[in-house]
Structures are given as C-alpha cells and as structure tokens.
Design a binder for this molecule. Structure first.
Ligand SMILES: [Zn+2]
Ligand SMILES: [Zn+2]
Length: 266
C-alpha cells in the first residue's frame, strides 16, 4: 500500500454475538472490528472478536475507537495478539465517559476476575485508556464523533484523510431526530458503514433494540449524497445465503453487505 492510501479492512462484522460454521464463511462470523489505514496510521473501529485477525504489530501507536461497550464490540481486547505484543503502544478511546478513571473502571469490570483472568493492564502492550473528545487528530487523520441512537448510547465516527471521508454508524437505529443529525454528519461521505442488522419484517418486532435496516440505509444514502454504502452488524441468523439474497434484491452497485477480510480503498 502507498503511504498516502486510505483503506478500510473488515476484520469482523457480525452483530451481537460471534458465529461459526459452513453458513458463515463468506460474510464471516467475527464481531465488530474494522481496521483503517491512513498512510502510516492504524486505527481500529471497535474491538470485537475480529481484532484477533489484526496484524500483531503496527508501525506506530495503534488507536482503537470504541463505539460503545457492549460485549460484541470489546470482546477482542482480552485475547488480541496486537495487545499482547510487548512494547506496542495502544490508545483506546471510550465514548461517553467523564474521565479516564471512569473509562478504566468500566473496562476493568469486564476484564477482571471472575469474568476474565487477565486485566488489560497486565497484557504485553502499553495500553492507554482515553475519554473520547469531540474531535481528534491521529497524524493527518481527522476523527469526529457524534452520538448515535442505541440503548445506552453509541458513538458514530467520521474519519477524514486526504480529502476522503468514511463514516462508521454501527449499532444505530433510525429515528426522525437521529437521521437528521446523521445525514448532516455524513453528508457527501465517500463510504458509510451502516447497521443493517434487521430486515424490515424483523425490525417491526425489534423496534428499540438499537439497529436498523438496509432500506433505511439506502434512504440515508440518497438524502446525504453518500457515494458508497456498506451494510454491517449482520444478525447471527443471517447466513451467507440469506445475505447474498438480500444483496441481490437491492440491485445497487454501490451498496453491499460487508464481508470479513474485504478491503476498500477510498
Ligand atoms: Zn453491537
Ligand atoms: Zn450495542
């Protein structure tokens, strides 16, 4: 990759819980984790089980942006080779917390006995827990966040580099108010990652669960003039066959369901 490239690699995109087996080969079974490379910088969007497929080292400090602390978005922190690497610097940003002590307390609740044998502090990497500011720069990569719509809260991220923009809206449920804000935040984005966990029929039974549909993603794409749409956070019941069928029905060249291992250059 050229040192000026801006790339997204899908390391995991399964929603709520990891899956495995012959029905989950094409779209993958690991939970939420995406690697963004912007020149020399490496940023991970969430730290689900997909984080275990990340490279074992990064040229500079790795940055992990957590959207929220639901287990499917943090379950990779405890076992990741990257975080076990001695000397690797890793900065983890936690949204919606007042100070760094609170960020630590929240993650320590998950990563301490009896729930997990090893504390994050005792992994090999040097881990720095930070509260997410509204705006952040990692080298020339600019990062902005807004509050999405999800039980307990969830951050939506916008990453801009070299004149290109990607927006990450996982665990996002459409609503009149949040759609207005998201359309403004994501306007003219080159790539939008959008939570399409449910089909329309499922959504009717699962309103308020904090997830959306491909149809709502397409509406947003139109409204905010977004160039490419990638549907993410696939339901545990969504097999390869089912996702392929949904994708065909969309009949949209620039909208597809994310596949684990897929890389997109912006
Ligand atoms: Zn989730
Ligand atoms: Zn969630």
């Amino acid at each position: 990759m050229a040192s000026t490239d801006f790339q997204l690699t899908v390391l995991g995109t399964r929603g709520s819980i990891a899956m495995s087996g012959p029905d989950y080969v094409q779209f993958g079974g690991n939970t939420s984790c995406y690697m963004v490379r912007a020149g020399e910088e490496t940023v991970f969007l969430d730290a689900g089980s997909g984080l275990l497929s990340a490279p074992e080292t990064c040229p500079k400090a790795a940055v992990i942006l957590l959207s929220h602390l639901h287990l499917d978005h943090v379950i990779g922190l405890g076992m990741s080779p990257l975080l076990s690497q001695k000397g690797q610097e890793v900065e983890v940003y936690v949204p919606f917390c007042p100070d760094e002590k609170t960020a630590r307390t929240q993650l320590d609740r998950i990563y301490s006995p009896p729930f997990w044998p090893v504390r994050l502090d005792d992994l090999g990497a040097r881990l720095h827990l930070r509260c997410l500011p509204e705006c952040l720069a990692v080298g020339d990569l600019r990062i902005e966040a807004m509050a999405g719509h999800h039980p307990g809260g969830c951050a939506v991220y916008k990453l801009s580099y070299g004149g290109k923009t990607l927006v990450y809206a996982t665990d996002y449920e459409h609503s009149e108010d949040s759609d207005v804000r998201l359309a403004a935040f994501a306007r003219n984005a080159d790539l939008l990652l959008y939570d399409a966990q449910f089909c329309v029929e499922d959504y009717e039974r699962k309103k308020g669960f904090g997830h959306s549909t491909a149809e709502k993603g397409l509406e947003l794409m139109e409204r905010a003039q977004i160039r490419r749409l990638l549907f993410i956070h696939h339901d545990y019941r969504s097999t390869d066959r089912l996702l392929r069928a949904r994708e065909e029905k969309l009949e949209k060249e620039n909208a597809s369901y994310a596949r684990e291992g897929q890389t997109i250059t912006l």
